[in-house]
Each structure stands twice: as C-alpha cells, then as structure tokens.
Design a protein around this ligand. Structure first.
Ligand SMILES: *[C@@H]1O[C@H](CO)[C@@H](O)[C@H](O)[C@H]1NC(C)=O
Ligand SMILES: *[C@@H]1O[C@H](CO)[C@@H](O)[C@H](O)[C@H]1NC(C)=O
Ligand SMILES: *[C@@H]1O[C@H](CO)[C@@H](O)[C@H](O)[C@H]1NC(C)=O
Length: 721
C-alpha cells in the first residue's frame, strides 16, 4: 500500500461522518469497506462473498426486481455490473440515465433487497458490447489514442468516471455512506493489451489507479487481469479456473478475488452455445475458496439481451443464455440450484474459513485436503479429488470419504460431508417454446421495399473507397457504395470482385441483387466474386456494406477500419479493371432508417404495399409490418425468426435487436432463432411489429412464442402417462 489510510470528511445534514479506506487490519473502520490479505471487510466484518453479474441495460427495469430476487435466493450477496458509457453519454456532454439506462434505480433495487453492488465503471468495459462501451464520438477528439497515457483519452476517461462517482455519492450509494456499493472497478482486463503501449501502458495503469483512488469513494478499487495494479487497487482474476491459474494478488495485504467466473462463454453468429456444466463451475468455485479466495463473481449470473445495435462485432443478440438465470430470467437447472447449494455449504463454514489457519495435506497423488481451523471458530475441510476418471476413497481424520471423479467435498466441522461438487441433487429442467401465433396470413402483412440508391443521386462523391465507420459514425449499420460503370465493348462473361474489411456486403447491379457475402468473428475479410450481367451503356453498381456491431476489444481500437477496400470487374476471367479508385458515390443508412419507419408516427411516411403477397418472400431489403396482440399470462415472450435471413426487428418502436438466422452453425442450425420481447414492450392488444430484412426471408413463417421451463422429471412423467 502506498499509504495506510486515506481519510476524508463529508458534511451531510449537519452530521460529520469520517470514513477511511484503511488497508491491512481495517480495525479502525466504523462504516465502509476496507480489506486485508484474507477478505473484504465491510463495516468492520470480514466477508466471504458470492456475486453475480447482471447488466442493467441487458434487461428492463420491470425485470430488475425479479432478477435480483432470484439472484439473492441463489445465495448471492453482490450484484456486479459494468457502467455503459456509450449509453450514458451518447453525445459529448449529453447524459442519459433514463429507462434501461437508469443505473441509480438498478442499484437502489439491489439495496432494497439487501444486496451489495460492485460497480465496474471501466469506462472501457469490452463486455461484447458495442465499441467496448466507448462512445463513438471519442474517436473524433483530436489526438485521441484510447486506453494509454494520452491526454485527450485521460481527460474524457476521468471526466466520465468522476461523473459516475459523483452521481453515486449524491445518491448516497457507496457503502461508506451507508449504501450498497462495496467496490468499484477502473479499466478492464488492460493486462491483455498493456504491452502494445510499451512504457505508456505502465504509466497509464498507474495514472488510472491514482485517478480512481483520488475520487475518494470510501470503498476499494479493483482492476481485473492487471498484475501491476498500483496500491491500494486490488488485482483480480477473470476466467474459468482461477483456482488453478491466478498468480494471486500482488500484495500480501490484498484479498484473493475472482471478478469473472465464466458460467458459459459469449456466442457469435455461426457459433454454437458454450455449455459449461454445473459440476465444473462448482468444482472451480470450491477450489478457489479452498485456496483462500474470498470473493467469486459469476459472469454472467443473468446475461440478458443485446437490444438494438448494442452487441459488438458478430455477437448474437442473446447474451449468456446459459447462465444460472437464462436470457429471459428463468432458472436454468441444475446450474442455479447446484450453485445455490454450494453457496450455502460454504457460508455454513464462513467463520472457520475467514478466521481459521489453513493447512494443506496431500491425500494421494491427485488428492488434497484444504483445512481451515481455529479453536474458536471451528473447522472446515475441502477434500479435492483431481482424478477425472476414478472414484477415490480418501481417508481424513480417521474417516473414509468416497469422492466422485473430479470432485470437491466440503466437510462441515471437518467431519460431515455436506456437499460434493460432482454430485448434483437438483433436477434438470427443460425450456419449452410454445407458439401462440404464426404470422402466416399474407393479408396481415404490409411491405415496403428499400430503394437502391445509384451514383447519380449521391450527394457525397469521391475518387476512393472510404472507410465505413468514418461515414456512419455508428448511427447505422449501413453504407451504400455506388458507381456508374460502362464496360469495354469486348467484356465477355463479366464478374464482380469485392473485398471488404467487414462485415457484410450485398452487391446490386442495375437494381438486381448479384450476390452477397459476409465475414465472421474468425474470418475478418469478406471476399465476394459473382458473375454479373452488364449492358453496353452505363451500369449502376450499388454495394451495400453492413456491420454487425463495432469491435469491443484490442489495442488501438480507434484505428480499426471497415467497409469496402477493393472492387474489380473481370472480363472473361483475365482482363481485370480495378474500380477501387473510380468515382464512388455514398449514401449513409437506409431510407427506412432515415424516416424512422419502426415508429408508429412515421409509418405513413412511405407507401406500404398491402395486397401483393407475391412480393413478400425472399426479396432483399424489405421492411415488413404487422399487428399482434400480446399473449396472455406472464411467461416471457419471443419471436421465432427461423424463416427469415438477417436484419433487425422492433416492437412498438423498441428494437429487440439484430437477428441473423441464415448464418448457420457447423451443425446447420441458426445460432439464435428465438428473440426476446420483454413484456414491458407489449400491450394487451394492437402491438406493432416492424422487421427489416436484409437478404430475403419469409415473414409468413415468423411465430410469436411464450417461453417456460418444466422440470425434466415431471416432463418425462407426463410423456409416459
Ligand atoms: C492461504 O493463506 C495462508 C495464509 O496467508 C498461506 O499460508 C497459504 O499458503 C495460502 N494458501 C494458498 C493455497 O494460497
Ligand atoms: C477516418 O477519418 C479520420 C479523420 O477524419 C482520418 O484521419 C482517417 O484517416 C479516416 N480513416 C480512414 C481509414 O479513412
Ligand atoms: C422455430 O421455428 C422453426 C420453424 O420455422 C422450428 O423448426 C423450430 O423448432 C422453432 N424453434 C423453436 C426453439 O421453437
């Protein structure tokens, strides 16, 4: 620690409260949070804490109370959330804390249910979130280099961090003020990119720590994956096996903490969900506690939904659906229940864990016992069987215990086996999607086809292929690159070749789709070669470049570029004309986006086609709209979009996210077929559904579903009866 204590005074309603962030010992603290080498100390008490990540903008304010209630019932003490800078400051100096962005309301909900909060301010957060949470306007600040010892970046980072800290203080939300926030995080996994910035990386880390500590929150700061976190900032671990991988805190006075225990893994379009078993999560959580860990946060405990265009490059709209609470907030069993039992088993021995002396015994070549014992607080032992194939008999204090393969047993009083990580007592449940309406009546749909812009109508023209995000400023996913092209009369069997730095291209020649291509999270460059038919005169070549979210990570993110990089026409396979330096016209966004066609009040701004069912199917760039009644009951609701291609959908003007069902996994399935409509977006009758389809699909196959879970035993019984 740099200094033993940082004290300050706050005058509040005429009372003078003094609080401190004393480090080791912390015995002087009355209110607030300190720590020692064993744990966080809250209001003078050492704590063993389980935490769960829930990100407020990935659900709705109406969902927050029940999500937090279920989290608490799962044996969780702390709600951990990032703070989403680009939601809160969409334009420089213009702040938004309304609706899903109401951070204060979310924290107060956690407080009212008696939970603590860990506030990960970042303000770079990664999080599979658009641009890692950075507002896109930041890129246009002169001299900007993100996340390094760069004055413009540090200025804006400090300004936003201070803004959030003072908001929290003004609402009395820090534990030092009697509020629920016990920790704040600065930066995020910076250790991953630090080396790219050479000596400026290290000086930035030091600055970030000092800047944060200087904001005097009265609670500790953490940095995750940051071995050089400066005192008094605590370095923490992220990953799936922190009991095995973490080198530990960088000072004996700091507790061993795990800020992201991944309950699953993010999912991209084209990818399958990652299934991590309840047994594996429980094993590694128990191991971390056995090895002195005193804080574990599940990332995510509830993942939720990336509404609108908030997901970053190629990530699906559902987020960590495999978490203990699924995308809709339903219990995912046995994961939820098995971890709940783990938390109870560990909490039952919190006293010996926090106050006992640890001894480690070898009980076999792959077996150990971690024992915490002291005369006053009793004893607890963790028996670890690392053998992944065999049941092992382990003898501990004259009693034999039989442990399953790859399992940790918890012995209360160093005697009674009360929990085993590989023994699941909770029944698995099954999620059921029940169609309540299929939108299969052509008369109930109306259609509007996007116009395909041409070079002659373009207001911006230049002799180069411009960078995609420089044009969009992230106000839309789309840019049109247009060209008027007259082929050489000898051009036989022409083909069009396009290269793009991401993510999607649709090539139109004389108003007809010639071909489409896209990249993936692994294959960044899009290459498309399609045969085209050209007239002898001027041909309109219009190429739509689309993005599926900005990146969320990597060093020098401000330099990343997207959109078309090369366009050529080949004649007869040999004679190639490079058009990259030709006169290109630009049109940013879609017509439907410009008139905000997803909103009621703008529906009349275009002419919808009401009676041409033949127009409906398998056409690119079509807007569809229809009306529907909200399903009765309280179960979560989702749209099955499997019959469509790629696009975005809105319910009553709220975007429920991008969909992309045509990008199949290696097993031939859409990565995500059901898209969540929060109940809060629905009325009992007359809801407006607007869909923008980019490639071509069949809206008559879209269905509205309710979603529920059933116990697998009961489901089996009802099948048999
Ligand atoms: C746990 O903490 C004790 C006390 O600091 C230390 O002696 C022991 O080596 C630690 N055990 C592990 C596995 O880190
Ligand atoms: C984007 O715009 C900035 C500032 O106008 C410019 O410096 C940069 O070179 C552009 N990027 C590309 C790839 O064209
Ligand atoms: C979605 O709809 C398709 C038919 O379009 C069906 O095959 C599939 O099972 C549905 N998915 C779910 C999860 O209900």
């Amino acid at each position: 620690m740099v200094s033993g204590r940082i004290g300050f005074c706050l005058i509040l309603l005429g009372t003078v409260l003094v609080f401190s962030t004393a480090g080791a010992g912390g015995a002087t603290a009355e209110k607030g949070v300190t720590y020692d080498g064993r744990s966080l100390i809250i209001d003078g008490q050492s704590k063993l804490l389980f935490s769960g990540s829930i990100h407020y903008p990935r659900s709705t304010p109406e969902m927050w109370p029940s999500l937090i209630k279920k989290t608490k019932e799962g044996g969780i003490d702390v709600i951990q959330t990032y703070v989403f800078w680009n939601l809160h400051e969409p334009k420089l100096g213009q702040y938004d804390f309304s609706g899903r962005n109401d951070l204060v309301k979310f924290i107060k909900e956690a407080r009212s249910q008696g939970l603590y909060v860990c506030l990960r301010i970042g303000p770079f957060i990664e999080a599979e979130w658009n641009y890692g949470g950075l507002p896109f306007w930041l890129r246009d600040v002169p001299g900007m280099v993100y996340r390094t010892d760069n004055e413009p970046f540090k200025f804006h980072m400090k300004k936003f961090t201070s803004k959030i800290v003072s908001l929290m203080k003004s609402e009395g939300l820090y534990a030092s003020q009697g509020g629920p926030i016990i920790l704040s995080q600065i930066e995020n996994e910076y250790g991953n990119v630090e080396a790219n910035f050479r000596e400026k990386g290290a000086s930035y880390v030091k600055w970030a720590g000092q800047m944060a500590v200087g904001l005097k929150t009265g609670v500790p700061w953490i940095m995750c994956k940051q071995p050089d976190a400066p005192d008094p900032v605590i370095n923490t671990c992220n990953g799936m096996r922190c009991g095995e991988t973490f080198q530990g805190p960088n000072s004996r006075n700091k507790p061993k903490m795990w800020t992201e225990d991944w309950t699953s893994f993010f999912q991209v379009y084209g990818g399958e969900p990652y299934i991590r078993s309840a047994e594996d999560i429980a094993f590694h959580a128990a191991l971390f506690v056995a090895k002195n860990g005193s804080y574990i946060n599940y990332y995510m405990y509830h993942g939720g939904t990336n509404f609108g265009r908030t997901s970053s490059s190629y990530f699906i709209t559902g987020y960590y659906d495999q978490a203990p609470l699924d995308e809709y907030g339903l219990l995912r069993q046995p994961k939820y229940g098995h971890l709940k039992e783990l938390h109870a088993a560990i909490k039952a021995s919190a006293n010996p864990l926090l106050q006992g002396r640890q001894t480690i015994l070898s009980l076999g070549s792959m077996q150990q016992a971690y024992v915490f014992e002291n005369a006053r607080s009793g004893c607890v032992a963790f028996l670890v069987n690392n053998d992944a194939t065999k049941v092992i008999q382990m003898k501990f204090r004259n009693t034999a215990y039989s442990l399953r393969p790859k399992s940790i047993g918890i012995l209360q009083n160093c005697k009674t086996l009360i929990y085993e990580t590989a023994k699941v007592n909770v029944a698995k449940n099954i999620r059921v999607t029940t169609p309540v309406q299929v939108f299969n009546v052509p008369d109930q749909w109306e259609v509007f086809r996007e116009t395909i812009p041409t070079f002659s109508g373009a207001s911006l023209k230049t002799n180069a292929l411009l960078e995609h995000t420089n044009l969009t400023k992230d106000t839309t996913d789309y840019v049109w690159y247009t060209l008027s092209y007259k082929p050489d009369s000898s051009c036989a069997n022409p083909s069009l070749y396009i290269e793009s730095a991401g993510h999607v291209v649709h090539a139109f020649v004389n108003n007809a789709l010639a071909g489409s291509g896209h990249g993936s999270r692994d294959i960044r460059v899009v290459k498309l070669r399609v045969p085209v038919s050209l007239t002898n005169g001027q041909n309109d070549i219009s190429i739509l470049s689309g993005m599926v979210g900005l990146p969320d990570s990597g060093a020098y993110m401000e330099r990343k570029s997207y959109g078309l990089t090369k366009v050529q026409i080949s004649c007869g396979g040999t004679n190639t004309v490079d058009l990259s330096g030709s006169q290109w016209g630009y049109s940013v966004g879609l017509l439907g986006e410009k008139v905000k066609l997803h909103q009621w009040r703008n529906l009349k701004r275009v002419r919808w086609n009401t009676n041409d069912a033949g127009l409906i199917k398998n056409r690119p760039l079509v807007w569809y709209k229809t009306m529907f009644d909200g399903p009765s009951g309280n179960s979560p609701v989702g749209l099955n979009m499997t019959s469509m291609g790629k696009g975005e959908m809105w319910v009553n003007g709220e975007s429920i996210g991008r969909y992309w069902v045509s990008f199949l996994t290696p097993a031939g399935r859409p990565s995500q077929s059901i898209y969540h409509i929060p109940r809060e977006f629905l009325k009992p009758f007359g809801n407006l559904l607007v869909v923008f389809e980019e490639e071509g699909g069949d809206p008559l196959g879209i269905s509205l579903n309710t979603i529920s879970v059933v116990d697998s035993n009961r489901a089996l019984q009802s099948q048999l009866s």
